[in-house]
Design a protein around this ligand. Structure first.
Ligand SMILES: Nc1nc2c(ncn2[C@@H]2O[C@H](COP(=O)(O)OP(=O)(O)OP(=O)(O)O)[C@@H](O)[C@H]2O)c(=O)[nH]1
Ligand SMILES: [Mg+2]
Length: 472
């Protein structure tokens, strides 16, 4: 993105809808001058709200507005900023934007340009900038919390502490360069090799779970089972509407149907799938293939079983479930209220009624037995899902979580450089050990620094800010 830093930029900061109030943001050295030209009152004090009218160049009143001036560097972007609270009609907003853009060196902001200027002026780091984008997009309570913690710098603190550890190692290593005859002793005395190993362990632990990314993008839950088991009935129960067609004809659902849910603050992408069975029908076969793929990609799977129709195929499906990442819902509790009476498990599966656990081949899964056609089954399945998802998130490391592929990639790159440095110690007669190690550590510091923007490169900035919308 080519940016003219001296331009004053302007854009609607609120949503482009007909609304009670719209907020137009102006940032740059001419922000105050420009708004003052149109505004009826003299703006004297900073952080003070003025009520007045805005007039166009032809003298026509555009709107009655409230104006606040934030003097740089005490503003969002770090530059002079003026915010205009106008009526939120699209024509009102257009007319004000047009007038402002007709003034000298004033243009429409690029997507993310306000936040990018804030970054350039050291008002925030890249993780906080991403946090702002996530906060704007947050739809559930847990997403809001995570995004806010990033805006408040928790993730930056974490990445900075890793970078500082690398810089510390680098300082020792560079000191050893001056003692070529004793460099190994100097490095060993400082415990550099062990410290590298510890750091790599910490970094790997941070990317072990993808809880932060899941929280941002949605937790994937797949509903699986044989045809007619009751998968679509369960989907409709969870979504609270007729999301999928339910019928007594086996093979009703042919494709994957995704719905977005908010389960106790966690964003969930629920996938109803085609009943899994051997079939010659080409379309159904494709659906079965997609169902299996969904199950494989899912963070959590719910296997629906009709206890009256229990068969070898159900055992194969139980086999597909991953420990801690799956549960079983037996349907038709209204027709079969005692699972054990039917000896459906053929002694291959243990059923613990007290704990509501199904045990099969050393794996255990929580189960429920429900009437999926009844709304009052909803609370128990919601509770079970919320518990399971909560547990998976709880397993994640404490503190701020990494939330993007970009963060994960930089940790992987950092580990690669650190591991290479660590390996140098194993090379007998390693030539210029400290010089080579110093280079690996510099590379590692560069990789980890990219996350907060400490070692900014233009393409990283473009990548981060291109996902923003205009006005942010
Ligand atoms: N009485 C009763 N009927 C149920 C229950 N669950 C599902 N059904 C009925 O079973 C039939 C099949 O249900 P669906 O939800 O369409 O089953 P499915 O697993 O989506 O089936 P496919 O899409 O064909 O794979 C429908 O007639 C449902 O009304 C239940 O708990 N009790
Ligand atoms: Mg179905």
């Amino acid at each position: 993105m080519s940016l003219f830093k001296n331009d004053t930029i302007v854009a609607l900061a609120s949503a482009p809808l007909a609304a009670g109030v719209g907020v137009i943001r102006v940032s740059g050295s001419k922000a105050l001058n420009h708004v003052q030209k149109l505004f009826s009152k003299e703006i004297i004090k900073h952080r003070y709200m003025y009520y007045g009218t805005l007039k166009g160049s032809n003298g026509m009143v555009l709107d009655e507005v409230m104006v606040v001036y934030f003097k740089g560097p005490n503003s969002f972007t770090g530059e002079d900023v003026v915010e205009i609270n106008c009526h939120g009609g699209l024509a009102v907003i257009d007319s004000i934007l047009c007038e402002l853009k007709s003034l000298e060196n004033c243009r429409h902001a690029e997507p993310g340009e306000f936040t990018r200027r804030a970054f350039m002026n050291d008002k925030l780091d890249l993780t906080a900038a991403e946090g702002i984008a996530d906060l704007v997009a947050a739809e559930t309570e847990e997403q809001r919390r995570q995004a806010l913690s990033h805006v408040q710098g928790e993730l930056a603190v974490k990445f900075e502490s890793w970078r500082e550890r690398i810089m510390h190692l680098l300082a020792h290593t560079e000191a050893a360069i001056d003692f070529p005859d004793e460099e190994l002793d100097v490095l060993q005395a400082a415990g550099i090799q062990e410290k590298i190993k510890l750091l790599v362990n910490d970094l790997q632990e941070a990317i072990e779970t993808n809880a932060g990314e899941r929280l941002r993008d949605g937790f994937k839950v797949a509903i699986l089972g044989k045809p007619n088991a009751g998968k679509s009935s369960l989907t409709n129960l969870l979504t609270g509407k007729e999301t999928a067609i339910v019928s007594e004809i086996a093979g009703t659902t042919r494709d994957v149907i995704d719905s977005h849910l908010n389960i106790k603050g966690y964003p969930v992408i629920l996938s109803d799938t085609a009943g899994i069975r051997d079939t010659d029908d080409v379309i159904e076969k494709e659906g079965v293939g997609r169902a299996k793929k969904k199950a494989d990609e899912a963070d959590f799977s719910i296997l629906v079983i009709d206890p009256a129709d229990f068969s070898q195929e159900d055992l194969q499906l139980i086999n597909l479930l991953k420990s801690d990442r799956g549960c079983i819902v037996f349907s038709r509790a209204d027709k079969f209220n005692q699972l054990v009476e039917f000896n459906i498990f053929n002694n291959t599966v243990e059923l613990s009624i007290d704990n509501q656990m199904v045990k099969y081949k050393n794996k255990e899964f929580k189960y429920l037995h429900l009437n999926l056609t009844q709304n009052n089954s909803l609370s128990s399945i919601l509770e079970l899902l919320a518990n399971m998802i909560g547990k998976l998130f709880g397993k994640a490391q404490t503190g701020a979580r990494i939330s993007r592929e970009r963060h994960r990639q930089s940790i992987l790159d950092t580990c690669k450089h650190l591991n290479r440095g660590h390996g140098l110690f194993e090379e007998v007669n390693s030539f210029s050990l400290s010089e080579l190690l110093a280079q690996d550590l510099r590379d590692a510091a560069h990789s980890i620094g990219q996350v907060t923007g400490k070692t900014d490169t233009e393409d990283v900035l473009d990548l981060v800010f291109s996902s923003f919308c205009i006005g942010k």
